[in-house]
Design a protein around this ligand. Structure first.
Ligand SMILES: [Zn+2]
Length: 66
């Protein structure tokens, strides 16, 4: 099982989120998957992966909070 984690900032709402890619067990079956912001569900690009993308909200930092 391989897990990859990446951080993103949403281009629409500016909030931070991270994604984990879990290998779903389809070797060689790479596909273009969307990275969706978990806050506003805007697509923030796509990546080629054979796994499943899970998005997590990141609340830390930003300095944009009230
Ligand atoms: Zn967003």
């Amino acid at each position: 099982m391989k897990m990859e984690k990446s951080s993103y900032t949403c281009s629409a709402c500016g909030k931070n989120f991270s994604t984990s890619i879990s290998n779903a067990g389809y070797p060689g079956g790479k596909d273009c998957e969307s990275i969706n912001c978990p806050w506003c569900i805007t697509e923030n690009g796509t990546i080629i992966t054979s796994g499943i993308i899970t998005s997590y909200r990141e609340e830390k930092g930003g300095g944009d909070s009230r």
